[in-house]
Ligand binder design. Structure first.
Ligand SMILES: [Zn+2]
Length: 279
């Protein structure tokens, strides 16, 4: 053991340092804090949302997600991917490496690269720290330590109780258009690095925009958290056009494993009906 430093003579300085540390904690969430925060969110989500437990589906989504995260994550996060048993279309990211995609989105993603595009986009929200930045914003607004109000049921308003629903709509505030554009850009780059055709991103946007016309309630949750207009299709096509034909040649569009997983998912019992939000 090393001898204790003479703390008394430095008491004032230590107090000042401690104050500084606390101040900076509230300004910048460290990676460790981000992961701890994400883990507590994920625990709440896992206990409140119905997740697909089928091992083949879970192992597929985990393998695809990890393939993408491996080429873009520079922080060495441990990634977790899960499928929410909901026929609504949605996908969302939790700080620290948790990504959820609804069964209803996979049902609409005709090819592997369309699902990969969504995963790449959500992974981008985490690697670019959009999710954690958003929480810091709400932390400032709410004055709460970690803005866990919506999830821990300690809030007396009904909003806290109803925050997690099948779509996960209220889980996070809406991303800004800038965040969306950055996550799209990150998604395109991630797919190319993972040797997957990035056209899956604009293709999926077209599917979702078409569904907004024909069956808006199914995609409400997605549109509530991810602003999506035609301009995002044009923007991603422009990003893809930056790559040379040689760079895009031979990138994977679909796979037998993806289609087998989709058939498996389709054969599972129908998704549970969403419970009415708690009052
Ligand atoms: Zn997004």
């Amino acid at each position: 053991m090393s001898p204790r430093p003479d703390l008394n003579s430095h008491a004032a300085r230590l107090t000042a340092l401690l104050g500084l540390a606390i101040t900076s904690l509230s300004c910048a969430i460290s990676q460790q804090q981000e992961v701890e925060l994400g883990a507590s969110y994920a625990t709440q989500i896992d206990s409140q949302l119905p997740l697909i437990r089928d091992t083949r589906v879970v192992s597929y989504i985990t393998a695809l997600g990890n393939q993408l995260a491996a080429v873009t994550d520079t922080r060495g996060l441990t990634w977790h991917f899960a499928v929410v048993d909901s026929k609504e279309v949605n996908a969302f990211a939790v700080p620290g490496g948790w990504v959820y995609v609804n069964r209803g989105l996979i049902a609409r993603a005709q090819t592997m690269n369309e699902l990969a595009g969504v995963l790449g986009h959500e992974i981008g929200h985490i690697t670019l720290r959009h999710t954690v930045d958003q929480m810091q914003q709400s932390q400032k607004v709410n004055g709460g330590l970690m803005a866990l109000c919506t999830l821990t049921k300690v809030c007396d308003s009904g909003a806290g109780q109803a925050a997690i629903n099948l779509g996960g709509t209220a889980l996070f505030a809406k991303y800004s258009r800038d965040d969306e554009a950055q996550a799209d850009e990150e998604g395109v780059a991630t797919l190319v690095k993972a040797r997957i055709d990035p056209n899956g991103i604009p293709w999926m946007f077209r599917i979702l925009l078409a569904e907004r016309q024909s069956n808006p309630s199914a995609v409400d949750a997605f549109f509530a958290t991810h602003p999506l207009e035609e301009s995002r299709i044009a923007a991603t096509l422009k990003q893809i056009a930056v790559y040379t034909p040689a760079q895009l040649k031979g990138l994977q569009v679909d796979s037998d494993a993806y289609q087998a997983m989709r058939r498996r998912l389709n054969a599972l019992p129908p998704s549970p009906t969403p419970k009415p939000a708690a009052k």
